[in-house]
Design a protein around this ligand. Structure first.
Ligand SMILES: [Zn+2]
Length: 106
């Protein structure tokens, strides 16, 4: 999809989704940290439980595994939420196109 710049008429227009990019990044980091922290806090319980469900070998490693699992699921959930929020920001608030010739946002 190509459109021209309303200011200078240039065809060199790029689509920029700042909100989505930032939202996805922030969501991933925040979600990962929250997930890891939550799992570490309840690690002895949840981690071991998850570890035992995964396999009998888990034992004390269950806590660490639980934290990792929590971080991964947290990061994933955070990324999805961030992307969704970012898309909303893109659609509602931010300019979506940038002219490469006159640097206009529109
Ligand atoms: Zn332009």
């Amino acid at each position: 999809m190509s459109r021209s710049c309303p200011r200078c008429g240039s065809q060199r227009v790029v689509f920029c989704n700042y909100g989505k990019r930032i939202g996805g990044y922030v969501g991933t980091v925040a979600g990962g940290m929250t997930g890891a922290a939550t799992s570490t806090a309840t690690g002895a319980l949840a981690g071991t439980r998850i570890g035992m469900q995964v396999g009998v070998i888990a034992g004390p490693g269950g806590v660490g595994a639980g934290a990792v699992l929590g971080a991964i699921t947290g990061a994933f959930a955070g990324c999805i939420a961030g992307l969704r929020l970012g898309k909303l920001v893109d659609d509602q608030l931010l300019y979506q196109h940038r002219c490469q010739d006159c640097h206009a946002h529109f």
